[in-house]
Every structure is written in C-alpha cells, then in structure tokens.
Design a protein around this ligand. Structure first.
Ligand SMILES: [Mg+2]
Length: 369
C-alpha cells in the first residue's frame, strides 16, 4: 500500500459552545486545516490541524509541501516518514508550523493504518478501555457573567456530565474575593459530587496562584485540578504552586514535542499531564509522552479535539479523562457517543478514527481561496 494523494483545505470555524449553548465568542474564530490522505488501495485517512491563527495559510502550505514528500511512501511506516520530514525541513522544528503540519500527516496515517488493519484506533493502540471518562469544557468561560456561568453549569449537570471545567482569572477589575465567589457559585450549581476543574490559562503569577488557590481550597470548592496556573514553561514556578496547594495541578497543553515534557515532569510541576495532539506532533509522539508520564506514575489527559483524543486516552493505561470541547463537533460524523447515564464517551468499533467529514460543514466554513 502506498500513499497516492494529499488534499488540504482551510475552514474558519466559529467558537461555539454546543454543550450549554452559552453565547458565542465572536472575537475568536478558529481557522483549521483539514487534511485527507488517499492510498492506492482506496483507503483514506483524515486529520485536522490548527493554531495557525492569522498564518493558517502558511500552515496549509506546510501541510501541502511536507505532504508532497509523503506521496509514494508506505503509510504503515510512520516513524520512517517522520524522519524523512524532519530531514526535509532543515531543522525548522521542533515546535511551530513544522510540528503542527507533521501532526496532521501523522494522524491521517494512523487513520489509514486502523482502516487497513480493520481495527478502531483505540484498540490498535492498546485498547485499555472502550468507555472513557470525559469533562465538559468551553462552556463556563471567564467572559460570561456570574449568572450566565451558573446557569450554564446547571445545564451541563442536567445533560449528564460528571466532570466540568470552569475558568478563573477573570477579565477586567477582579479581586480574590470575586474569583472565589465564582468558584463557590459554580460548585453550588454542580452539586458536591461532580468533578470540577478550573483553568487559569497562564494568567496568574505563581504567588497569585498560591493565594487564590488557597482561598478556593478554604471555601471548600474541592477542585479536581487547577490548570495552567502561570506561564506554561515556568516549570519551577508551577512546581512552587504545586507544592503549596493540596489541589492537584494540571498542565502541558502548550508544551511542544516530546523532550520538554521530560523537563516539566522532572520538576514535579504537574500531577496531571495534559497533551495536545497538534503541538506534540501527532499520535506517534502523543503516545511517547503518555508512556513517559506513566513511568513517573502520572495520569494523562487530552487538550481539545475530543473526536480524535477519545481514542488516545481510552487506549492509554494511564489515560484519565477526555476534554470534551464542542466547537469542532459539527465537522465530523462518527464521534464517540456521550452516554448521559454514566457521563462517559463510548468508542465505536469502526476502523481507524471512525470519523468522516461532513460536507455541509466544509461548504459552510470553507475559506475562499
Ligand atoms: Mg487549558
């Protein structure tokens, strides 16, 4: 089997929240590149990549140029292909557009592998479980009013989510008291039994994270984790916060490639390792980071793109929970079903990723070229 063609397109997706239907963040369109790789056997793999922002056209071009080098290769030889791409890119990686482009190619190759072998990816990659925990994300955002966010929390609970993420580090004039009040009100709306995560998105100083984190602890909120408490690569600063708080610390979504995860983990800065499929460079390196975390007795969790990540977290023995963020859900058919009775995602037995692109969504959001 050989790779025969590669096709990519840019879509500009809106940042919507289909989980609680909170108001759209119209200032945050999310351009993505969708990729389809075909083989001479008629097997086709798909992938997406993103974080190009205003330079998404350059990301698409990188996918196309690197993709041209993959035509004629055996799609099962993912490591050989990655080696070829690294050599061809002249040392421009790790990180940046090179890694984002490689991620898309790698994901599509794994989709092809699964389809060629007749196995769903979660099973091909180890098959630890077919049902996996998940948390609702993207609904309880910091720009919403307190009333809006409390109503959204209630809506997520009513939908059957057992795990929910909110955000602190509020915009505009804020105080520690306002931050704590928001966490307390959301906890009240969720009830005592749901797991509640909180993302700071790097907006606090370490000392602020310790101060407000302790106040949230003292208020009895009971966070399951506190995420990206300060600059993501200040591993020593994050470790200081981690040592000062009882609340588990999560981080890693902004870490690129494999090696920086070693530095993050060795500094004991996080209790939960979050891996981003695009920034890590695809499924192949994602699994290497998960294995490294396992050796340090740390669980792994995923960042966005639940449509693909559900397979990876379900496959990994130390996979903990899948971030269920809905802004790309309308792009795919075949996404793992959410079981409102248990709050889990249930993976299918369809081979590969089990996904297909919805043509109507592509037509709606395709960027004119
Ligand atoms: Mg985050």
């Amino acid at each position: 089997m050989k790779i025969s063609t590669i096709r990519s397109q840019i879509l500009v997706m809106p940042e919507i929240d289909p989980l609680a239907n909170t108001r759209e963040n119209r200032n945050a369109p999310r351009p993505i590149v969708i990729v389809q790789i075909a083989t001479d056997d008629g097997v086709e793999g798909l992938a997406v990549t993103f974080y190009g922002g205003a330079i998404t056209a350059a990301l698409k071009r990188a996918v196309d140029d690197l993709g041209a080098l993959v035509v004629g290769e055996d799609p099962h030889r993912v490591e050989a292909i990655a080696e070829k791409l690294r050599a061809a890119a002249g040392g421009s990686g790790p990180a940046g557009i090179f890694t984002l482009a490689c991620a898309a190619l790698d994901v599509a190759l794994w989709d092809i592998r699964g389809k060629a072998l007749g196995l769903p990816l979660w099973k091909l990659l180890g098959g630890t479980r077919q049902r996996v925990a998940t948390y609702a994300s993207g609904a309880l955002r910091r720009h919403l009013s307190l009333d809006e966010v409390v109503a959204a929390a209630g809506a997520l609970r009513a939908k059957g989510f057992r795990e929910v993420k909110m955000q602190l580090a509020l915009p505009g004039e804020t105080t520690p008291a306002k931050e704590v009040e928001r966490a307390v009100k959301i906890r009240e709306a969720l009830g005592p039994d749901l797991k509640m995560m909180c993302d700071i998105n790097q907006r606090w100083r370490p000392e602020q994270a310790i101060d407000i984190g302790k106040r949230v602890e003292d208020a009895g909120v009971g966070l399951f984790w506190l995420e990206d408490v300060t600059a993501h690569d200040d591993y020593a600063g994050i470790a200081r916060v981690n040592a000062a708080l009882a609340t588990p610390i999560c981080g890693g979504e902004l870490v690129w490639g494999i090696v920086p995860f070693r530095h993050m983990i060795e500094q004991r800065s996080v209790d939960y390792v979050m891996i981003d499929l695009a920034r890590v460079g695809g499924i192949t390196p994602w699994r290497k980071v998960a294995g490294m975390a396992e050796a340090f007795n740390l669980p792994v969790v995923s960042h966005v793109i639940p449509e693909i990540h559900a397979h990876l977290v379900a496959a990994a023995p130390n996979g903990l929970t899948v971030e269920y963020m809905g802004w790309m859900l309308e792009l795919f058919d075949g996404v793992a079903e959410f079981d409102a009775g248990t709050g889990e995602l249930v993976l299918s037995d369809r081979p590969g990723l089990g996904l297909s692109f919805r043509q109507a969504t592509i037509n709606r959001y395709r960027m004119a070229s």
